[in-house]
Design a protein around this ligand. Sequence first.
Ligand code: RNT
Ligand code: ZN
Length: 418
Amino acid sequence: MNETKILNAYQAAKDQYAAAGVDVEAALARANAIPVSMHCWQGDDVIGFDGSDELSGGIATTGDYPGRARTPGELRQDIDFARTMIPGATKLNLHASYAEKHGKKIDRDAYTIDEFRDWLDWAKAGNIGLDFNPTYFSHPRMDGNFSLSSYDEGTRRFWIEHGIRCREIAVEFAKALGQPCAINYWMPDGYKDVCADTKRHRDLMTQSLDAIFAPDIDETLAPCSIESKVFGIGVESYTVASHEYSYGYAIQNRKLYTLDSGHFHPTEVISAKLTACLQFLDKVLLHVSRPVRWDSDHVIIWDDELQKIMDEIICNGLESRVFIGLDYFDASINRIACWAIGMRNARKAILSACLAPASIRQAEYDGDWTTRLALQEERKTLPFGPVWDYYCLKNEVDVGSAWLDRVKGYEKDVLSQR
Ligand code: RNT
Ligand code: ZN
């Protein structure tokens, strides 16, 4: 599409939004500034670079599409390329398993910023913020699926140290990059089959988390969040850090709580939980994902739930209290397309929320539910497309599906050579 056509369509769309009481320029600026954290692990099927060659912890990547990033250099190259298609404030979400040891014999309980120096330099150069995650999976020191709540003291100690190291590293990231680095603690700990003692592991988990959070490490720079989960593959019957556990721990200890779209019973949605959690917590972290029948981590599409999540954040003015991150991993299609599709969808939903007419809420406050329903439905046909195209043009990223040809070209020239 040529530029004049985009601009003309935008002008007409802007008028239509103005008639619905919406300031499009203000909405664009607001939407553009909200950070979305892109998960590094989509690029290499959650394998990482610190020694493992398979994924564990009750999560699974399915598919064998060629071109997986096998080295940190390849992953950074792929992320750089994906970023040329992704508008708006972007961060990169790193896992500790993406450490670069450069031949040094060092394990996760001893990692320092040195093992992430290359990532930090890359982030600085690309002017991108970082978020971080300890990696409690894909490692020989896991006691089956148990880490922080293992009955074995040595195992727990190792993973406590890992948890503390990650806080130290995250603070370094935050200082160097001038923006907070959120840390997400997800532990797969649990049992495949019905267990006899559900309490003892939770007692141990609490002791371990308390030990991780005991050192005085600046949580304004590196806020810590606990992610809950209902079940995993091979961990079907009992999960230590369930919803009630993680949420309770977060409230009692003034941590953040992570809501992952795939971590609840199939008819539960995280959009419905957000303002409830924020009554009792200062901040939450989101793992926006798409569970299909289970926690399958499909690429997020612009569906009703994605829109509802962003509506809840933006229409309630909660953007400073929610860290938005994506969490999915599909190995059955081009992995860079996975990033482009998911990140662009997240941004579309953010922009669409910023463009929602305030009259919908006003009708509700006025007790006029007829108007509320009518305007909710009218919102759906407001000319979003031209505003999105204009936004992409202005941000110098591909308009429409133009990015797809570039991904295909990259697949031919780069990915297929791997
Ligand atoms: C697993 C959790 C967790 C991971 C990432 C890799 O069910 O969602 O967040 O997906 O940390
Ligand atoms: Zn998650």
